[in-house]
Design a protein around this ligand. Structure first.
Ligand SMILES: [Mg+2]
Length: 162
């Protein structure tokens, strides 16, 4: 019965490979996919985007967060663990999960029943916006770059109920 919101296709399997099930039926809780490289961390995975921990903490209280990255799982997992932010994500979707042959597949929220994408790649954001999904573009975070902290606050306000 509660399977109507179940994930479809290959990413359904992959997204649950940590053995946890989606949380469904919680009112206005949304499934939010968040990119890794240049969104959460710099291009080396060495430093966290300023303000991102509070951002994840806030969003994860009311929403289900999924990391969606074009990086491979071993790299992504290592970065998340190194920075102590794995705990905010219900599941990981990595390159081998949605683009195993590296064909340039898009992060299609429709494939995983997602509501929102947060990404620094305008191509991914535009693709999902055209499909009627909410998608927020963040400035690419690069090592030692200055970042406007208001950017994350603005996204929290737009998502609402945070
Ligand atoms: Mg990126």
């Amino acid at each position: 019965m509660a399977e109507s919101k179940a994930w479809q296709g290959p990413s359904r399997r992959m997204a649950h490979d940590d053995g946890q099930r989606c949380q469904v039926g919680r009112g206005d809780a949304m499934k939010i996919a968040i990119d890794l490289d240049n969104t959460l961390v710099d291009e080396l995975g060495a430093s966290l985007r300023p303000g991102i921990v509070g951002f994840l903490e806030t969003l994860s209280k009311n929403h289900e967060l999924v990391l969606w990255t074009n990086s491979k799982k071993s790299r992504a997992y290592g970065i998340l663990m190194h920075h102590g932010i794995r705990k905010y994500f219900r599941a990981l979707i990595c390159r081998e999960d949605y683009d195993p042959h590296d064909l340039g597949a898009r992060k299609d929220l429709r494939d995983m029943g997602g509501d929102i994408l947060i990404d620094d790649d305008p191509v991914e954001v535009d693709f999902n916006a055209k499909n009627g999904k909410r998608a927020f573009l963040v400035k690419s975070f690069r090592r030692n770059a200055r970042i406007d902290g208001a950017e994350l606050d603005d996204i929290l306000k737009k998502i609402g109920r945070t």
